[in-house]
Design a protein around this ligand. Sequence first.
Ligand code: ADP
Length: 589
Amino acid sequence: MGLPRYASGGAAGFLLHYVLRRGVSHSIVAASVLAAVMCAVGSQYAVKHLVDTLSGHPSSVELWGAVGALLGLVAGDNLLWRLAGWASTYAFVAVGGDIRLDLFRHLSGHGTRYFVEQLPGALAGRITAASTAAWTIENALTWTTVPPGLAVVFSICVLGTINWQLTLGLFVIVALIGGIIAKLAAGGRHLHQAFAGYAASVSGDLTDVVSNISLVRAFGAFRREQARLKGKIAAEMEAQRASLRSLERLRLFHALTVFAVTSGVLAWSVHLWRIGEISTGDVVLTTTLGFTVLHASRDLAMALVDLVQQFAKLSEAVQVLGLPHEMHDQPDAKPLVLTGAAIEFRNVSFSYPSGQPVLKDFNLKVLPGQKIGLVGRSGAGKSTILALLQRLYDPSEGAVLIDGQDIRHVTLESLGQSMAMVQQEISLFHRSLLENLRYGRPDASDEDVLRAAEAARCTEFINRLPEGHDTIVGDRGMKLSGGQRQRLAIARAFVRDAPIVLLDEATSALDTESEQSIQEALARLFKGRTVIAIAHRLSTLDSFDRIVVLDRGRIVEDGSPAQLLRRKGVYSRMYSMQINAAVERAVAG
Ligand code: ADP
């Protein structure tokens, strides 16, 4: 199901898309509300009819006919509202669900750059805010905006049966008031939108601080964070007040004008009765309809301004979440066809959107099943190479190829499925260990998962956990040590069983003993797969086929570990420095 034109369509178009998607149930709601309002206004006409009937000398058929008509309309009025209510329980709830699912789907298609620029908490909050706003708008439209609006129109039409000049005058005045209110409401929209923006930013900031609470504690920064939050909340409060004040101004204008108009209608109809132009029933009708118009348009004004506020919220959320994806499948994208998982960087040049060039005319060929280690100073471009291979960014020139296919022309999904990544920062979901391990391949059998856990030396510590594999690993895996988390990540890559394995400092958090056991496990994981690993601890690369040493985006050395050590170049110097440091540590320890 395609998405509505998020960025350009505006909040109304966005909402309409979802209403139409659930067209039948929404039509039932709309038809019931329309009929209910007709019954309500009609019942006032039936009261006039009854009064006029009583004033004459009615036969019992005429009398009970008038009573029956009134009762029928009152019953219709009540029951039709309930029908609308029932249909709305299906329709409006469905819209809320559809919106959240679609927004999440769209959000997950954004590239890394988007998530670097936005606070994750504020993004999650906006998805909820958008669906809540849609729910509130639908309810407001159905119960408090459209019905009074219809009531005003119908009442004026019924009044037309008594005196057309009166009706025409009212039409003109109501249209004028409506126009002025709409203009004033539109004028306040930027205030409501600004408030929604502040609210989302405060909520994102709160999530950010709460998720980094151990950092705040470690630096004794509670007071600083409180002061910061106070400032942000103060700004949000000011924006909220400005938004509410603009609504109050609108309500005041409306209250004054409607009172004046109703007084005029009443005085005019009493005058018409005095000169004998209309009946007593007509005066009853103009009075009750006059009040209907008064109340209905007051409700309408109140609801309208709330509606404007909700639309502003929806549009703020949709604007941020709905930005077009910076990375998407090409129209002709095909699934990646893997033959041996050969990787090639061909004349690749790349610079980050903000910075200087990282790679220039970069060439690297990795044969199927080859294990290569990327080595070099921090900032040399190692992570960038992995990012380009995962197509988090596209090169500005040249191409990245897997088995001869330019990864720009394959589907992102198939590209993702071709590789397993073990990162330095291990992300774990707040779910059971088993679910976390199975994340790379949801259909993996329990045996496969347990075998992977064993291979990555996880079984021992998992068995020591209170609930074994069913233990919920705390938020972002907080209950586990760094080494344990890394072993889990390696086990997860095992489960994924992808032909390409990428490691980013995968063994950095392991002590020497775990490192030795993990090396064997990694050797098993690597078997038959193409591997690119970034490592600072060079001894972890001893068994690799090839080492590529990078400096400022260029390859300065390339060969097997033994060749590079013999060559006495950069790699061999880095290697001896690390060995010496390790020896010194051992002696000092
Ligand atoms: P390495 O992994 O070798 O430490 P990186 O590939 O992370 O190096 O970085 C290469 C260069 O690109 C560095 O100068 C770094 O500052 C810059 N860089 C890395 N990531 C980004 C980013 N997201 N936006 C802008 N510049 C970046």
